[in-house]
Design a protein around this ligand. Structure first.
Ligand code: PGA
Length: 253
């Protein structure tokens, strides 16, 4: 019912040559599964989006951006709109990644505007949510995730909300080598699905894909994917190595 989805977040890595090489290897290495038993996307830095779109054009790998700005056009120096991303062939966009929340300082309100702008511009947003280590230790995980999900989807009617993928990424597990256990992840994923049922309805909750992210590797992908409410994986570090990323794609397929 929910097709698995694996997305690679390259963050601020690669260069013009390595981005095209990596994209090409992901495209050829995932043929036979990408777009069939698993949806696959790569999210390179803005400047390499167009060449990566070309590099995966012969495959079923989709391309996503790591961020957008919510205005359609105008005097917003340095920003990129949904229509620009759509124009060059992007399908997805990450909204509210924890590095943007905690390093750049994005607020729930800004992230909500980005989610709305992405959908209006024809992109599929991946709304990232998740607690800090201190918040988990203080027993605030559900509270933080509730705030991120409710505020991130604020003012989104059912139809638009159905375009959203959620990515649960506990901040303490991102880039640290500390993966949430499959039990910890499943617990939060089930909680988020319950939240969606409360906010919308059971059908929307059952159809929405909820990805896990945070130190996903070839060695832990299968056990995470085996959990009922884990529908896919958002992969950072391991998405920069074609062999590792493809092994994760295979584990999800
Ligand atoms: P990681 O990053 O896999 O390197 O932990 C995940 C992410 O930030 O999306």
């Amino acid at each position: 019912m929910r097709k698995p989805f694996v997305a690679g977040n390259w963050k601020m890595n690669t260069d013009s040559q390595s981005s095209v090489d990596l994209a090409g290897r992901v495209g050829s290495g995932s043929s036979g599964v990408a777009g069939q038993t698993v949806d696959v996307a790569v999210c390179p830095p803005f400047v390499y989006l167009q060449s990566v779109v070309r590099a995966v054009a012969v495959s079923s790998v989709a391309v996503g951006a790591q961020d957008i700005y919510f205005e359609a056009k105008g005097a917003f120096t340095g920003e990129i709109s949904a229509s620009m991303l759509k124009d060059i062939g992007c399908t997805y966009v990450l909204c509210g990644h924890s590095e943007r929340r905690h390093v750049i300082g994005e607020t729930d309100d800004l992230i909500n505007k980005k989610v709305i702008a992405a959908i209006s511009g024809g992109l599929l947003p991946i709304l990232c949510v998740g607690e800090l280590q201190s918040e988990r230790e203080a027993g605030l995980t559900n509270e933080v995730v509730t705030r991120h999900v409710k505020n991130g989807l604020s003012d989104l009617g059912r139809e638009k909300a159905s375009a959203v993928t959620i990515a649960y990424e506990p901040v303490w597990a991102i880039g640290t080598g500390l993966t949430a256990t499959p039990e910890q992840a499943q617990e939060v994923h089930a909680f988020i699905r319950g939240l969606l049922a409360e906010m919308y309805d059971a059908d929307l909750a059952a159809e929405t894909r909820i990805l896990y992210g945070g130190s996903v590797k070839p060695g832990n992908a299968a056990e995470l994917m085996a959990r009922e409410d884990i529908d896919g994986l958002l992969v950072g570090g391991a998405s920069l190595k074609a062999d590792d990323f493809l092994a994760i794609v295979q584990a999800a397929a």
